[in-house]
Design a protein around this ligand. Structure first.
Ligand code: ATP
Ligand code: MN
Length: 269
């Protein structure tokens, strides 16, 4: 099939770099002597690659994974702006079955890499909160869909721009996201109104906060209500990241600088 070979040759012609997504050792070895930079993107650096971008969460959709990898590699200066990058990825259960050419000059960053790596809060904290939100979205609360709003990082300022709706069950405790017991507590309290406030280091500062940020200049998609507006606005008015689970459409969205930077369907996890 020369036609197919030609087609693939066009896709990879004059590439400036290669990016391997979730590679196995065999796939990586094939590129060992390549004269192009090879960037590995995955949950861990199993092949000991020199150029590596860590995936903080398991992006199920290929676009999410590729976006994160490209944004991370650009940020780490593994690629230069304008490079043409060939990505090799696993798709629909296949291994190394997908080749995509990305022109980084036409690529507008979604901010997803920034969300995890350059947030005020520690990357592991953002990831842990994301995971709680996804799990909550999957299971709901006793089978019923549930919504929740987590405000992560810059907690002092967030507290100043909010007020309590009820007594704070975390008042005197020193608990952190990621502890298994805390995940149970967060899920339990998510039935109640308001937002959770979490510090840069992952300490749960408060539950039941009613956020009162300035919403000026915040533009969220039509159809999303007060919870999302509050999340978007607090992420603009402070350096916090807001992670919002919608009770009505079941999606988890992350806001930074007033913008949605990531939207995930927990059912696909
Ligand atoms: N300013 C706020 N601060 C904290 N929590 C808020 C604020 N506004 C709304 N909420 C919480 O969000 C809940 C749902 O509100 P609303 O339905 O307007 O939001 P929404 O964006 O449509 O979210 P959902 O998709 O979950 O319905 C409220 O019951 C309340 O607990
Ligand atoms: Mn609503």
């Amino acid at each position: 099939m020369n036609e197919l070979r030609d087609l693939l040759a066009d896709v990879v012609a004059d590439a400036d770099a290669v990016s391997l997504f979730s590679p196995n050792a065999a796939a990586f070895e094939r590129f060992e002597d390549a004269d192009l930079p090879v960037v590995v993107v995955g949950p861990e650096n199993a092949v000991d690659a020199e150029k590596f971008v860590e995936l903080p969460i398991d992006f199920i959709d290929l676009e999410g994974r590729i976006r994160f990898g490209i944004e991370g590699a650009l940020e780490k200066e593994f690629f230069e702006e304008g490079d043409e990058v060939v990505c090799v990825a696993d798709f629909l259960g296949g291994v190394g079955n997908t080749v995509a050419r990305i022109e980084t000059s036409d690529f507008s960053p979604s901010g997803v890499y920034d969300l995890f790596v350059n947030s005020r809060a520690e990357p592991g904290v953002v990831r842990d909160v994301f995971e709680v939100a996804i799990e909550l979205g999957k299971k709901g609360q006793k089978g019923k869909p549930v919504g929740a709003l987590f405000v992560v990082g810059d907690a002092g300022k967030v507290m100043n721009k909010s007020r309590p709706l009820s007594y704070n069950p975390f008042e005197k405790s020193h608990v952190h996201v990621g502890d298994p017991i805390v995940n149970v507590m967060l899920k339990e309290f998510s039935r109640l109104d308001g937002a959770f406030v979490i510090s840069d280091a992952g300490k749960i500062v408060s539950a039941y906060r009613y956020l009162e940020p300035s919403a000026e200049g915040v533009d969220i998609p039509k159809g999303l209500g007060a919870r999302h507006m509050a999340g978007g606005a607090i992420s603009r008015d402070t350096n916090a990241t807001a992670i919002v689970l919608s009770e009505s459409d079941g999606l988890v969205r992350a806001f930074k600088g007033g913008e949605i930077v990531l939207e995930i369907d927990p059912e696909e996890y």
